[in-house]
Design a protein around this ligand. Structure first.
Ligand code: MG
Length: 375
């Protein structure tokens, strides 16, 4: 019986993790849940799954005997075997570090953890012998392709759906409304990541994650557009052989693999792929010139230091303004670019310096948006 903590249990990945765990009551037990704003759902989860520990950012209306402790305490608790980091933004950073320092196995879905602090996270994971298992579908695919290989890959090829506006002329994008940007062609996800998919910022953040997870230089990471979201990524080896992982787009599969690794478990609720129904898989080059957010993210990743933290924070602010109807879709890249241009970077930053850069970028992006946006 694996005892699992889910930090961010009320979000999209958290709820799907509970769904997977529900299919294997003899294998997995929910030992802890943690949630942010949605305390009503968290209270329901506590009543249903009876965890031993809970963290809630807001007052929780529950009669459960669950011990109320911080996310860091949950992450490092001796009664936890695996910590699922399904929080969003920088919320997962400190709990992930706590889990690493306790030598835990970590299933990581929170992109910003590696984007903000990839160097600290990967070097501490090595030092403390903690395992980081990716939940993001692309990184799960790469991880599965690398399984059993002794050689470093020559190239990693991340696939991107291209989002709902792929192929549309840039001048049309100024008129995009949140509802259009939120209707993703293949994946059902949280709002922030769906908008990031439409701008391709998400793929840029994933390139930064892949760089840290698989210690691969940015020059060896390629991004291609694959509209069907069936091939979740490729790995090319030095002999010219290429491996891919394919499945229907359903996050429960990469979640389940991270929970059951190194085993694979049959789950009747997961859809199986029928290639004769898919018929065609298409691939096209992704031109960073066409996607300003992707270009900014790849550059921030290469420049390193506090740049990725600034990129990520400015993106969060800009996406939030767009969703609130206070900025245009095309303003997202503009706000991020202007914030990055004003930043004085710190090389090899400490956690405190990363968090300071994050706070600076949030304020700066808000100020820029206030000055520039006239919609
Ligand atoms: Mg992804």
């Amino acid at each position: 019986m694996k005892r699992i903590a889910i930090l961010g249990s009320t979000g999209s990945i958290g709820q799907q993790t509970l769904d997977v765990i529900g299919a294997f009551p003899d294998r997995f037990r929910i030992a802890a849940v943690a949630g942010g704003d949605n305390s009503d759902l968290l209270a329901k989860q506590v009543a249903q799954f009876q965890p031993k520990m809970v963290y809630s950012a807001k007052a929780l209306d529950t009669h459960s005997p669950a011990e109320s402790i911080s996310m860091e305490e949950i992450a490092a608790h001796p009664d936890i075997d695996l910590v699922v980091i399904a929080t969003s933004g920088k919320a997962g950073l400190k709990p992930t570090l706590a889990a690493i320092r306790a030598g835990k196995r970590i299933a990581l879905a929170n992109k910003e953890v590696l984007v903000l602090a990839g160097e600290i996270i990967t070097s501490e994971a090595k030092q403390y012998g903690a395992q980081i298992l990716p939940i993001d579908s692309e990184h799960s695919a790469i991880w599965q392709c690398l399984h059993g290989e002794q050689s470093q890959p020559a190239r990693i090829i991340l696939t991107a759906s291209g989002g709902p506006f792929y192929g549309q002329p840039p001048e049309q994008l100024t008129k995009v409304i949140p509802e259009e940007a939120l209707s993703h062609p293949t994946w059902k996800m949280g709002k922030k990541v769906t908008i990031d998919s439409a701008t391709l910022m998400n793929k840029g953040l994933e390139a930064i994650e892949a760089h840290w997870l698989f210690s691969i230089p940015f020059d060896h990471i390629e991004i291609i557009i694959h509209r069907q979201s069936i091939v979740h990524s490729f790995v090319e080896f030095t002999d010219g052989s290429t491996k891919a992982q394919l499945s229907l787009p359903d996050m429960r599969l990469p979640i389940q693999y991270a929970l059951s690794y190194p085993e694979r478990l049959p789950n009747p609720h997961l859809p199986h792929l029928d290639l004769t129904k898919v018929k065609a898989l298409t691939f096209e080059p992704a031109d960073p010139g066409q996607f300003p957010c992707l270009k900014l993210a790849l550059q921030a990743g290469k420049d390193g230091g506090t740049y990725p933290a600034v990129l990520s924070a400015a993106d969060e602010v800009a996406v939030h303004l767009f969703l609130a109807g206070k900025a245009r879709f095309t303003d997202i890249a503009e706000v991020i670019a202007q914030t990055i241009a004003l930043h004085h970077p710190v090389a090899n930053p400490s956690l405190e310096e990363i968090l300071a850069a994050d706070a600076w970028a949030r304020q700066t992006a808000k100020d820029i948006a206030k000055r520039n946006i006239t919609c």
